[in-house]
Design a protein around this ligand. Sequence first.
Ligand code: ATP
Length: 462
Amino acid sequence: MQQERKFDKVVSLAKTRGFVFPSSEIYGGLGSIYDYGPLGVELKNNIKKAWWDFMNARRDVVGLDSGILMHPKIWEASGHVQGFNDPLVDCKKCKSRFRADHLLENLGIKPDFRPGAKIDLADVRCPECGGELTDIRQFNLMFKTFIGPLEEEANQIYLRPETAQGIYVNFLNVKESMRLKMPFGIAQIGKAFRNEITPGNFIFRMREFEQMEMQYFVEEKEAKKVFKNWQELRREWYLSLGIDPKNLKFREHAKDELAHYAQAAIDIEYNFAFSGDDSFKELEGVHHRGTWDLSQHQKFSGQKLTVKDEENKDYLPTVIETSIGADRAFLAFLMDAYTEIDGGRSTTTESIKEKEVVLKLHPKLAPIKIAILPLSKKEPLADKAKEVYELLVKNYRIQYDETGSIGKRYRRQDEIGTPYCVTVDFDTLENNQVTVRDRDTMQQEHLDIAELKNYFQKKFDF
Ligand code: ATP
């Protein structure tokens, strides 16, 4: 299967099967904002829950849910007011807009990311029409709004461009209220907003998105070890949820590529295959941020944010961060799960030789866990099938599907990644047995209805 087309197919499946819709579509859409449909919201919730469970499984990580709107000084302290800019250029001829650093990267030239460094575009022309480019303008990515009734500069605040700052400013609140010993981590899931200039690639780069961030506070002498350890933990998370290791790359930032706050950084890249087979792009960052964040907040707030070491001396903790976009993770899991089987694999006559799509999502992530498929819509079979539905619906997301041939119904479930289908047929009325079909092996088992709860409890025990 050609990878580029796979991306387009995943985008199309996401829309037609109720995973992701373009925002405000009946009004012509709104650039790079997307809405999650009924199956999308399940998948995204399952991804967030898998991340949250993974963080909570560690005894040294606790949770937080801080506000999207925060004191504007936070963004001065963090460097976002000053430096959260993208270098923007326009084509004078066709008016296309680009990020200057992306233009250089596409030409194989590594832009200089150091603060204050100039990006030299002297020999670069518009990739669309060959036209001349404007000078670079710095464009701040933060969305602005106003707090209170007066729309004046004194009341201007920002929609947070990352969730991390909410964690730093609550660091001591969390430590003291929970009586935590160093080192420990704080995890948070929440919306972030960036007025991206060149959004695109579906939900990969959006203007409103969701982040899952964990900040680990540690003494400097332990930081290197902790930084390594979190890289391994994050790798294990992806693999435990079935990501193909071939599609995952850990790329260390070169010194001149590091953000101003970072001492070391690893991008966890996934092969999103936007263009061709080998198109690895950032999915998550693991960052060694030193004491930069806490020292900035200490300076700007005038509040001490230090803790005591074993010798009762004050120190500012070093921060190790893991930061992943929930939407990029959503896209990665969808891409990884999408499988086409040419010629089909079903044995029902009407589906022979047709191409089949199977979404091989990890059962923990699958939006629908079980489908109940009565062979006939009519009573008494329908009644029996509803009895099975009632038995399971309290514990699992279930789809009840009674339309079309059984082969077609299996394929509809395969396409949305449902791990198990339970078929209720005429024999069920006699022997109280149903057929459970496995999405990946297509094996079928006959089980007593009375056994079903136990059976699925074992299957979904992660
Ligand atoms: P990029 O270089 O792709 O713009 P970044 O380095 O600015 O990403 P971070 O600031 O490190 O990203 O944000 C952490 C994570 O948040 C990213 O790894 C990504 O998964 C997610 N993320 C960042 N920007 C967006 C966006 N515009 N849309 C969706 N997810 C995003």
